[in-house]
Design a protein around this ligand. Structure first.
Ligand SMILES: NC(=O)c1ccc[n+]([C@@H]2O[C@H](COP(=O)([O-])OP(=O)(O)OC[C@H]3O[C@@H](n4cnc5c(N)ncnc54)[C@H](OP(=O)(O)O)[C@@H]3O)[C@@H](O)[C@H]2O)c1
Length: 345
């Protein structure tokens, strides 16, 4: 093996990009150079580690083995194929490539074998889907999954840095009895509110794109198009950490006790489940951690074949940056990183 990869981080000034830079270093990923990229607005900015933010041009994208993208769908649409054509293996956080048939959509604990089929671009799933499928996979292996009914309580950091600022500004204005500026990030005020619209409605669709992602990506990752999924995605005034109420109907009987047993030994999961003592996962406690927290595990009193779960994770970490870096680690461990000329090692 070489002394490490030359890695591009595209969207390096954003929430997810900043964390990816941190995680690559913290986890000791083999890198000989890490080059940050962002928009023209930030080009030339010097980051804390002394590296200089680069603009995306045909010249600057040459010579990388790995490119981690978190700069939105249109940037990925344009530049991920260019990085791949220049020889890099791309791991993309946006929704742009996720449902494309020849693009693996991978969660490191769930379907890492899908990486083998990559052709230069690998997609990192939507944050809510990501954290949900981590506990669903061991349940699927044990008892099959027939149907999911999911309600999300999604933090504003999932929308981007500007949405966090908007929540804090609006909250400050309400508490100080100031006039609230017109919302820019959401259709309505998010402070002290709950919006039954996470994402946007395509013309003629009664589900948001976020709900469609949860439905379609779950089936693709779990490799079962017959799973029925009902989803309502709600934006709540939480800064960071998505929470999901998940009702899972299995194909074969599964007791809460057995589910607890399999989830407590499954990778990437921390079971926090003693509700009488006030112990269950919460967004403020999950923030800053890489695993998915599961609690409130119980039998659905309305359905002998269903269980209810409460699933919480740091959407910027496991929901985005952590999984992206874990995928880079898995590619490295499996010799699946392209070495600049289309060959893999
Ligand atoms: N936040 C989450 O929980 C989450 C979870 C999963 C996936 N994602 C995905 O990750 C991506 C970034 O999310 P985020 O929360 O980190 O957003 P963010 O904080 O708003 O950061 C966006 C980043 O993209 C860069 N960028 C924007 N337009 C660009 C362009 N035309 N060319 C190059 N770079 C450009 C920005 O650079 P400047 O600083 O120069 O503007 C910044 O570095 C999105 O695709 C999002 O869907 C986010």
């Amino acid at each position: 093996m070489n002394a490490g990869y030359r890695i591009a981080v595209v969207g390096a000034t954003g929430q997810v990009g900043t964390l990816m830079l941190e995680l690559l270093r913290e986890r000791g990923f083999p890198a000989r150079e890490i080059v940050p990229f962002a928009s023209e607005r930030s080009a030339g900015t010097i980051l804390e580690d002394g590296s200089v933010v680069q603009p995306l041009t045909e010249e600057t994208i040459q010579g990388f083995e790995i490119a981690l993208f978190s700069a939105g769908g249109s940037t990925s649409g344009e530049w991920a194929p260019r990085f791949a054509a220049a020889g890099a293996t791309v791991i993309d956080n946006s929704s742009r490539w996720r449902m494309q048939e020849d693009v693996p959509l991978v969660v490191s604990e769930v379907n890492p074998d899908a990486l083998t089929a990559h052709r230069g671009i690998i997609a990192n799933p939507n944050c809510s889907t990501m954290q949900m499928v981590v506990p669903l996979k061991p349940i699927q292996d044990e008892a099959g999954i027939e149907r999911l009914v999911v309600s999300t309580y999604q933090a504003v950091s999932g929308t981007g840095r500007r949405a966090v600022e908007e929540l804090l500004e609006q909250s400050h204005a309400v508490l100080h009895e100031h006039q609230i500026d017109a919302p820019q990030q959401y259709a309505h005020q998010i402070a002290f509110n709950a919006l039954p619209q996470a994402g946007s409605f395509a013309p003629g669709d009664d589900h948001t794109d976020e709900e469609r992602k949860l439905i379609n990506e779950t089936r693709k990752i779990l490799g079962d198009q017959s799973i029925r999924v009902s989803a309502t995605c709600v934006r709540v005034p939480v800064v960071n950490g998505h929470s999901l109420a998940v009702n899972v109907q299995t194909r074969r009987p599964l007791s809460p006790e057995r589910a607890r047993e399999i989830l407590s030994s499954a990778p990437g999961i921390s079971l926090l489940d003693d509700p009488g003592a006030g112990i269950y996962p919460m967004a403020i406690q999950a923030t800053g951690h890489d695993e998915v927290f599961v609690g409130r595990l119980r039998r659905d009193p309305g359905n002998d074949m269903a269980l209810d779960l409460w699933v919480v994770a740091d959407n910027l970490r496991k929901g985005a940056a952590t999984n992206a870096v874990q995928l880079a680690e898995a590619l490295h461990a499996r010799g699946l990183v392209r070495m600049g000329d289309g060959a893999t090692v």
